[in-house]
Design a protein around this ligand. Structure first.
Ligand code: BTN
Length: 258
């Protein structure tokens, strides 16, 4: 374990670096469950995360020492359960801002909070919340970013990329982590001060396939639709056949757009 101070207000001020762990989200969850209070903004990062978890029960595979796999602990007690998607928006906007500092064009948010470079995934977010009295209590924000990995399994090769593949140069992991923590902190503070509409406008203007006719699959049908927004509870609003339909995470599939 090692500590280094970031130029942030609180996210990453308590930074714990592990050489290997199953999942930084699991590790943080265990820390939160212990009786000693944990500092808001604590970050756990792992050089080797060997059983990373993704959304919808998927696994997150990352080669040891080459990428960022980390989790941020926040106490967003100001967010009502019904508005918990707002946290996803703040985190996605922060991540996109940080990555745009490295890559000029092509970075976007694929609903709900994947990070894309053109048509390829370069990052993912898994947020796990606990609730109390109608509001969020603890939030574990797990983030994986493909940074210096050049080789990927054949099964995902055409669907993913990494910063080093895009930039043709390696990126310093700690430097990137600090920038991501800073950018997420900025958006989180905006959310806390009631500026969600501003965050949402940025989220939508950086949303993959927003207002663009694209192929989707839902309810056993393949159709061309246009993303028109997200609902308060975070559902995707897609227009086709002259009306708007709303979908949860398991209910719609983005089809290949290449
Ligand atoms: C997804 O795209 O499905 C979300 C991937 C989230 C991966 C990160 S890596 C750090 C943290 N620990 C985990 O086990 N998962 C998240």
């Amino acid at each position: 374990m090692q500590n280094k101070t970031f130029s942030t207000l609180f996210i990453g001020q308590n930074l714990i670096q592990l050489s290997a762990v199953d999942s930084t989200n699991n590790y943080l969850k265990l820390m939160v469950s212990k009786s000693e209070p944990l500092a808001d903004g604590t970050v756990i990062m792992a050089d080797d995360q060997f059983a990373g978890r993704g959304q919808l029960g998927n696994t997150w595979i990352s080669k040891a020492g080459l990428n960022l796999t980390f989790s941020i602990y926040l106490r967003p007690t100001f967010i009502n359960i019904a508005s918990q998607f707002q946290l996803n928006v703040a985190v996605s906007v922060g991540l996109v801002n940080a990555l745009k500092g490295f890559v000029d064009h092509g970075i976007s948010i694929k609903w709900p909070n994947d990070i894309y470079f053109n048509n390829r995934k370069i990052g993912g977010v898994l947020i796990e919340n606990t609730l109390a009295s109608g509001n969020l209590k603890n939030s574990i924000i797990g983030i994986g970013i493909n940074v210096n990995q050049q080789e990927f399994d054949d099964s995902i090769l055409k669907k993913v990329s990494s910063l080093s593949k895009i930039l043709h140069a390696d990126v310093d992991l700690k430097d990137l982590l600090e920038k991501v923590c800073h950018c997420i902190e900025v958006q989180y503070m905006k959310l806390k001060s009631g500026k969600f509409e501003e965050l949402l406008a940025f989220y939508l203007s950086n949303l993959y396939q927003y207002n663009k006719l694209s192929p989707y699959k839902a309810d056993n049908r393949i159709f061309q639709g246009e993303i028109k927004g997200v609902s308060d509870e975070g559902k995707l609003l897609v227009e086709f056949e002259g009306r708007q339909h709303r979908y949860g995470l398991k209910e719609i599939e983005f089809l290949d757009n290449n």
